[in-house]
Design a protein around this ligand. Structure first.
Ligand SMILES: Cc1cc2nc3c(=O)[nH]c(=O)nc-3n(C[C@H](O)[C@H](O)[C@H](O)COP(=O)(O)O)c2cc1C
Length: 203
C-alpha cells in the first residue's frame, strides 16, 4: 500500500460523492489524496454543492489540473493504490473504455488499469441505453469496478447525507478503507421497527 488515492470528480450529477470521499479520506491516517476536477465538475459543484470549487480543492493533499498530462499521476511509475471517480459521467466512462487519454482524469484511470490497480467508477446516468451498458462492460473487462451510486435502504437513511455517506463508504471498502460509522447489514432484522409501507394494499 502506498497510501495514495486519486479522487476524480467529473460533471455527472452528484459532486457530493467526490466531496464526501475527500472528507472521509482526510480522516484516514496515512492517506494522501490526489484530486482532479474536470471543467464540467466545476459547474456541477457550483450548481449542487454547499462548497465552492476552492473549498473542494482544499480538501485534497494534492490537486492536479485536468489539462496537465505531465502530472505525476499520468505515469505508472508514480505509485498509487488506485483511483475513485465519483461521480463518473458517461463522457468520462467512454474516454476510459476507449483509452482516449486526452485529459488527466482519463489518462490517470488508464494508468491505474494498466498497472492493475483499483479503479472504481461511480457511473451516474439513468436510464441507460445499450452503448452505456457496453462501455460499462468494457471497463469491467479491463479491470475497473463499476459502482453506480444506488442507495441502500436497509440502513434506513434519514437524509441525503446518509445516502451519500453510505455509498462512499461502500466505494472506499473496495480500497480496503473502512470509514468510521458506516452502517453495515449485520443480519439482525430485529434491531429496527417494521418499515411503514408506502401505501396500504387494498383488499
Ligand atoms: C447539472 C448537470 C448535471 C449533469 N448530470 C449528468 C449525469 O448525471 N451523468 C452524465 O453522464 N452527465 C451529466 N451531465 C453532463 C456532463 O456534465 C457532460 O457530459 C460533460 O461533458 C462531462 O464532462 P466530464 O466527464 O469531463 O466531466 C450533467 C451536466 C449538468 C450541467
Amino acid at each position: 500500500m502506498t497510501g495514495r488515492i486519486i479522487v476524480a470528480i467529473t460533471g455527472a450529477s452528484g459532486a457530493q460523492y467526490g466531496i464526501a470521499a475527500l472528507l472521509a479520506l482526510r480522516e484516514q491516517p496515512g492517506i494522501e489524496t490526489h484530486l482532479v476536477l474536470t471543467r464540467a465538475a466545476r459547474a456541477t459543484i457550483s450548481a449542487e454543492a454547499d462548497m465552492s470549487v476552492e473549498q473542494v480543492r482544499d480538501l485534497a493533499d494534492v490537486v492536479h489540473s485536468d489539462n496537465d498530462l505531465g502530472s505525476a499521476i499520468a505515469s505508472g511509475s508514480f505509485r498509487t493504490d488506485g483511483m475513485l471517480v465519483a461521480p463518473c459521467s458517461v463522457k468520462t466512462l467512454s474516454g476510459i473504455a476507449n483509452c482516449y487519454d486526452d485529459t488527466l482524469v482519463v489518462r490517470a484511470a488508464d494508468v491505474v488499469l494498466k498497472e492493475r490497480r483499483r479503479l472504481v467508477l461511480l457511473v451516474r446516468e439513468t436510464p441507460l441505453h445499450a452503448t452505456h451498458l457496453r462501455l460499462m462492460t468494457e471497463v469491467t473487462t479491463a479491470g475497473a469496478v463499476v459502482m453506480p451510486p444506488v442507495p441502500a435502504f436497509y440502513t434506513r437513511p434519514a437524509s441525503v447525507d446518509d445516502i451519500v455517506t453510505h455509498t462512499v463508504g461502500r466505494a472506499l471498502d473496495l480500497f480496503g478503507i473502512d470509514i468510521a460509522g458506516l452502517r453495515r447489514w449485520t443480519g439482525d432484522r430485529g434491531h429496527s421497527p417494521t418499515p411503514t409501507p408506502i401505501r396500504a394494499v387494498e383488499s
